[in-house]
Design a protein around this ligand. Structure first.
Ligand code: GLU
Length: 294
């Protein structure tokens, strides 16, 4: 039987913090314990926020923690064509449409509506896109695209869910409310998610499922903040005929105020802790992972 395949998949848009240490160490320890493979993937599709010095810092911080990974490292920015092909396929299948509202347009509409009522929101609290762009005729779409209007390519969630029927995933960890085992996927709670933009041929959701499949990842171990996004990932896997890994979501490392750590907070950045004299085993202790056996 082939060995299990784990991966840690950070975005180089800031320095790694204790939350990343928990994810990376869990993946690495599981790979070690099971005779599995450990991959590192650089999720750098957002060229406006990702930087080479942050990528370099990822390698240094992980090495300091004692983590090793297979080379070469996959960098998503080098595979944009592949993601574009998946977008084209879903477009041909009538599951993607362009939406021309900007973020500011949507924010205005939401604020206006919320003066007297409520606007539906996704599990992260962001306003749902309620499908305005779906009502344009093919002519109107073509005219706007030809005129150079910026757009987002959105998944027609109704059509996609009708195509796949109900889906679920195997959860070996827990969700925010203790969900575990056989978890029903509820992608519809995210509305018509963006899969690409005029100037970026992919999105987090799309590239993560394509890469997990291509790299043969069998176990996705990551923070609970991505628990409900797994519903969208299962849907895309099904639409694109990709295999489904097993998932293990872990609790987040919180700051003193009970908030999720941020890449912009210096205090919990691994390199600050290292410079301050902390040892890798002390980091393990802080994030609730057993010390190394060595
Ligand atoms: N790149 C994502 C992040 O930095 C993680 C992706 C995943 O583990 O699925 O939060």
């Amino acid at each position: 039987m082939s060995p299990p395949v784990f991966r840690f998949a950070p975005s180089p848009n800031g320095f790694l913090h204790l939350g990343h240490a928990r994810s990376a160490l869990l993946n690495f320890d599981l790979a070690q314990r099971t005779g599995g493979r450990m991959l590192l993937r650089i999720e750098d599709i957002d060229t406006t926020r990702c930087r080479p010095d942050y990528e370099q810092a990822i390698y240094e911080d992980l090495a300091w923690l004692g983590i090793t990974w297979e080379k070469p490292v996959r960098r998503q920015s080098e595979h944009l064509l592949l993601y574009r092909e998946a977008v084209e396929r879903l477009t041909r299948e009538g599951l993607i449409y362009p939406a021309f509202e900007s973020r500011a347009d949507i924010a205005r509409l939401v604020a206006e509506t919320e003066k007297s009522g409520s606007w539906p929101r996704d599990p992260d609290g962001a306003p749902l896109y309620v499908g305005m762009g779906k009502h344009l005729t093919a002519d109107e779409r073509e005219r706007k695209v030809a005129a150079g209007a910026p757009y987002a390519l959105r998944l027609a969630m109704d059509g996609a869910v009708a195509r796949t029927g109900s889906l679920s995933w195997t959860e070996e960890g827990t969700g925010p409310n203790g969900e575990t085992g056989h978890v029903p996927a509820r992608p519809e709670q995210w509305g018509d998610v963006i899969l690409a933009r005029r100037d970026t041929p992919t999105s987090y959701h799309l590239s993560v499922v394509i890469d997990d499949a291509l790299q043969g990842v069998t176990h996705v171990v990551r923070g609970q903040d991505l628990f409900w996004a797994t519903g969208v990932h299962r849907l895309l896997q099904q639409l694109l005929g990709l295999p489904q890994p097993v998932y293990r979501h872990h609790g987040l490392v919180l700051d003193d105020a009970g908030q999720k750590l941020s890449k912009s907070t210096q205090a919990t950045a691994l390199r600050e802790l290292r410079v301050g004299g902390m040892t890798p085993d002390e980091v393990r202790g802080l994030v609730g992972i057993k010390p190394t056996m060595a």
